[in-house]
Design a protein around this ligand. Sequence first.
Ligand code: TPP
Ligand code: SF4
Length: 298
Amino acid sequence: MMARKGTPLISKLAPGHRGCAGCGAALAAKLVLEGAGDDIIVCSPTGCLEVFTTPFPDNAWQVPWIHSLFENAAAVASGIERALRAMGNDHTKVMVIAGDGSTFDIGFGAISGMWERGHDVTYVCYDNEAYMNTGIQRSGSTPLCAATTTSPAGRVSLGKPQNKKNMPEIAVAHGCPYVATTSIGYPKDVITKVRKAVHTEGPTYVQVHSPCCTGWYYDPSLTAEIARLAVETGLYPLVEFENGVLTNVRKIHKRKPVEEYLKAQGRFKHLFKKEEGKEALRRIQQIADDNVKRYALE
Ligand SMILES: Cc1ncc(C[n+]2csc(CCOP(=O)(O)OP(=O)(O)O)c2C)c(N)n1
Ligand code: SF4
């Protein structure tokens, strides 16, 4: 990949990690660290990112980094934040970088507790829309009708029967002073929003759409393009909430039909082969239309 103008020569995620070529999560972590600044401690639970950045005895993290269990990154980060403040350190920032399985499902209780207690922690979810590390199982973030190993498409099923859980609005409902969604298709947007989150006092949440070529079945060279299609169709709205109020959205200038995004990925290919797929496509288009209306994206 060509270096972007202004990209630091030394990334805080060393290039020698073992993620798949074209991994959106690796790109997300790199951009998130760029926005996070130098004085940061990161905690990551088990998941692809943790596994491919820390194959013992190697470590790709150029910032202090701690591994937690799959279910309790938020509790570990809460402890780190309180320990720092108890030691009189009120400048070092604390961040979680975790997958959607850990965030939407298994770590959910620990996150809710951290937000309720009001810890000064930025929680970043790299959203690749399934449990990738253990073999592409559906998560609470997997979109409607996506085929995964635990929501397979076949004779009796069109893939996952439910749509994504709305985690950003769940964060807003907890009173988090800053909540944002972003996408690796828009690198500057990721950096800016993470910077804003880190510099907001109190619990903040940033969700980064991070395509996974292995689990979504597309050519690794298309990661950024697929990410942008999700935004341009209205399926992944890029929004910011400050103190509970929607303060900023990325407008869509020329909206694309959801088919363009879905057709590009193997996890939705069954929708284009069956008669019942047509109704499913209509339901997915409706989700995009609802997003456009809800967040005034046009
Ligand atoms: C309590 C618990 N259940 C299951 C596992 C097995 N496990 C390890 S990583 C993982 C999937 C992680 O998914 P996600 O958080 O979405 O990150 P990704 O792998 O997609 O990067 C699972 C199920 C575990 N380590 N601990
Ligand atoms: S399986 Fe997906 S998330 Fe995991 S390293 Fe490969 S591309 Fe990245």
